[in-house]
Ligand binder design. Structure first.
Ligand code: C5P
Length: 232
């Protein structure tokens, strides 16, 4: 596929239960800017970006709208209400995408350390194959548990990867995947798993462990340390 317009969807409607605290994760500040703003500034540097849609909770919609006006004065953008699960938040955003969009990137608000070159590699591979996902090789051996925490399987680590975001797809393919998931009430823990269900080809793009998801209190401490060291 030729170079085509890219839409960015950022789910930012999580409650941040695992992190604790009253401010949801994307709205916590690191080095003077919210985590969400840092993530958006990475995508601002990606060529071909045509529109941005953020799903967030009702009480953060105005703040998010002002942030988008500040960062992307020349782009189409929307702020939509999030849903119960991450997948619901993304579906609400997908419904806003314009017909001009060829590729859709989904990126967690809470991965502000993503490298611009890695996003661009992912865009290229997605345009070529249908879907591409940034990922890192599994560092630990992964066990599959049965009942009573008994180990039932140890898959070969060589073939195991930890999926991150962005996950980027042809717009028509991610739309089809979400329609199928809605019809059969399927929930996946990432977007790629839904695209895989409809037979879409999705490839892995090796990224970096710096692109971690700020989830637990220790992640926030690491993020603060990296931000102070000039990593953003
Ligand atoms: O909760 P989790 O770590 O999977 O969140 C990943 C991203 O999805 C976060 O940016 C969070 O704000 C977002 N999310 C959402 N709507 C939900 C749950 C999570 O937009 N219902």
């Amino acid at each position: 596929m030729d170079k085509q317009q890219l839409a960015l969807i950022i789910p930012a409607a999580g409650s941040g239960e695992r992190l604790g605290g009253s401010v949801p994760k994307p709205y916590i500040e690191l080095a003077g800017k919210t985590i969400l703003e840092h993530s958006l500034l990475k995508f601002k540097q990606v060529s071909g970006l045509g529109e941005v849609i953020i799903s967030t909770s009702e009480s953060y919609m105005d703040q998010t709208e002002s942030l988008l006006e500040k960062i992307f004065p020349d782009l189409n953008f929307y702020v939509v209400a999030g849903g119960r699960q991450r997948q619901d938040s993304i579906r609400n955003a997908l419904n806003k995408i314009s017909g001009k969009t060829g590729l859709v990137a989904v990126h967690d608000a809470v991965r502000p350390f993503v490298a611009v070159e890695d996003i661009e590699k992912c865009v290229e591979e997605a345009a070529r194959w249908g879907g591409a996902v940034l990922a890192i090789k599994a560092k630990d051996t992964i066990k599959v548990s049965g009942t009573d925490l008994e180990i039932v399987q140890t898959p070969d680590r060589k073939n195991l990867w930890q999926a991150q975001t962005p996950q980027i797809f042809w717009a028509a393919l991610i739309r089809e995947a979400y329609e199928y998931a809605d019809k059969y009430n399927i929930y996946g823990s990432d977007d790629s798993s839904l695209v895989e269900q409809v037979g879409g080809k999705v490839v892995l793009v090796e990224g970096s462990d710096k692109n971690f998801k700020i989830t637990y209190p220790l992640d926030l401490k690491i993020a603060e340390f990296l931000a102070k060291s000039g990593e953003l």
